[in-house]
Ligand binder design. Structure first.
Ligand code: C2G
Length: 456
């Protein structure tokens, strides 16, 4: 029996793909098709793939041409597959001519003529492209601009900022640079908001009312009602409103979420996440404080994300303890929150003037998931059991700190009108709910310097 193998992304499966598969099959008696996983595509720079891995696998299966389908997940897998499946012929389109000659050592390599006049790229480009405006006065928007360049379907329309001096050369050269938000809205189909959290809800609402999609940095809103209103408004207008929290889109993070939810560590009993950094603050500049993000705004949403995504938004009790930098108790420099669920517990520790180990531990009845610091931008985690021989390590690619995947998800959501790519609205609203309770000092104990005075 002659075994043939071929690989491809097979995005938006078309006539060219089918012809390739037919001819590959005709070279032997058994055809194995390797479909490239999303992560592998991302690491090759092919991040504009429109369909999920499952959709692409289903489309290949539906052709009835593949006897077996495998997923291509890593560099060097082709050699492993050829050996494992005892493959006789490796076939690929002529656009790869010469690139796979090194496989001749393991089997015969055949380049098949590419079908002219059709490609996934062309099919994708028939899709809409969106003009994205960036809003904010933090140098973070420079990173967002860089990552945008790598995402198909997004074009930068301009930037709205009060601090033009923080902008990179390429941001400065965009068609529009303004301090007037309305002006940017007019020139855009969508906006990315990286402004002070106090401004998020108002700016998001303005954009949605003007018919523009919104990608809003966390916390997207500071009360549950505000958050619900924004999602409702987006739905009424047929627009996308998405919370931007880059951790949510990182591959390692989404894989560990799946593993935790699918019983890999038994029943999840505790989720504990810590995120800290040391913020430079000038005590002589009280004005400066109001421009900065307090600990809860800076880190709260990130630390809360795994709790609500794993245990859900319905906790029965929450207790907060914070240290504040100011007499009015508005700017926390450290906060710890305990949550109680009917069948589990959770905690977060966040700080921008306290330093701790930024790890996350998800404990279950069979084992636990350990994500080492800094867990919020991780490419690696471990599952550990009572018997260390069963421990497993997981490694993934993380490009562009996750910002790139966040933008891809936003572009996809806009073009498909599906919002299943972002953070679930109920998770966003739960985060907004904690921000609201914290700001109202509900169930909050104030840690005082040099003492432990209490306040409820
Ligand atoms: N193809 C073709 N004619 C077209 C378009 C594509 O013959 N008009 C072939 C390609 O040459 C490839 C296969 O169909 O052999 C799958 O194409 P893609 O989905 O574009 O996958 P590609 O990025 O080429 O992946 O490491 C090699 C890759 O896995 C191949």
């Amino acid at each position: 029996m002659i075994k043939v193998i071929t690989y491809g992304t097979f995005d938006l499966l078309h006539f060219g793909h089918v012809r390739l598969l037919e001819r590959a099959r005709a070279l032997g008696d058994y055809l194995i098709v390797g479909v490239t996983a999303e992560d592998f595509d991302k690491s090759r720079g092919k991040i504009n793939v429109q369909q999920s891995l499952m959709e692409r696998v289903d489309a290949v299966r539906a052709t009835g041409l593949a006897d077996e389908i495998v997923i291509e997940e890593y560099e060097g897998q082709k050699i492993d597959d050829i050996r494992r499946y005892e493959v006789d012929i490796f076939a690929i389109g002529s656009d790869w001519k010469g690139k796979f000659d090194y496989l001749n050592e393991y089997c015969r390599v055949v380049y098949l003529d590419r079908t002219a006049g059709i490609s996934s790229t062309e099919l994708r480009s028939q899709d809409q492209s969106f003009r994205l405006g960036l809003v904010g006065s933090s140098s973070y928007i420079n990173k967002v601009e860089r990552e945008c360049q790598l995402v198909n379907g997004l074009h930068l329309s301009g930037v709205c900022t009060e601090k033009p001096e923080i902008l990179s050369e390429s941001l400065r050269s965009l068609p529009l640079m303004t301090s007037r938000y309305e002006e940017l809205l007019e020139a855009s189909d969508a906006v990315y908001l990286r402004t002070h959290p106090e401004l998020h809800a108002e700016q998001a609402e303005k954009a949605l009312l003007a018919g523009k999609h919104v990608l809003c940095e966390s916390p997207a809103a500071l009360s549950v009602e505000e958050c619900r209103r924004l999602y409702r408004l987006a739905e009424e207008k047929g627009l996308v409103f998405m919370e931007a929290l880059k951790t949510a889109y990182a591959t390692a993070y989404s894989r560990l979420l799946l593993l935790a939810k699918n019983g890999k560590i038994g029943k999840v009993t505790s989720v504990d996440a810590t995120c800290t950094s040391i913020l430079e603050m000038d005590p002589k500049d009280p004005e400066g404080l109001s421009r900065k993000w307090d600990s809860m705004s800076e880190w709260g949403p990130t630390a809360l994300l795994p709790i609500f995504q794993i245990l859900g938004p319905d906790y029965c009790d929450m207790r907060i303890a914070s240290r504040f930098a100011d007499r009015e108790h508005k700017f926390d420099t450290f906060t710890r929150i305990f949550f109680e669920y009917p069948d589990a517990v959770a905690s977060i520790k966040v700080g921008n003037q306290v330093k701790s180990e930024g790890e996350m531990i998800i404990s279950g009845t069979k084992g636990y998931i350990l994500v080492p610091a800094p867990w919020w931008k991780t490419d690696y985690f471990e599952i550990r059991y009572e018997n260390p021989a069963e421990n497993k390590r997981y490694f993934y690619q993380l490009d562009g700190e996750g910002i790139r995947y966040e933008l891809v998800a936003f572009a996809r959501a806009m073009s498909t009108k599906h919002t299943l790519y972002g953070i679930e609205p109920e998770v966003s609203c739960a985060i907004a709910g904690v921000m609201e309770a914290f700001r109202a000092q509900k169930n909050l104990r104030i840690l005082q310097d040099g003492g432990t005075a209490s306040l409820f």
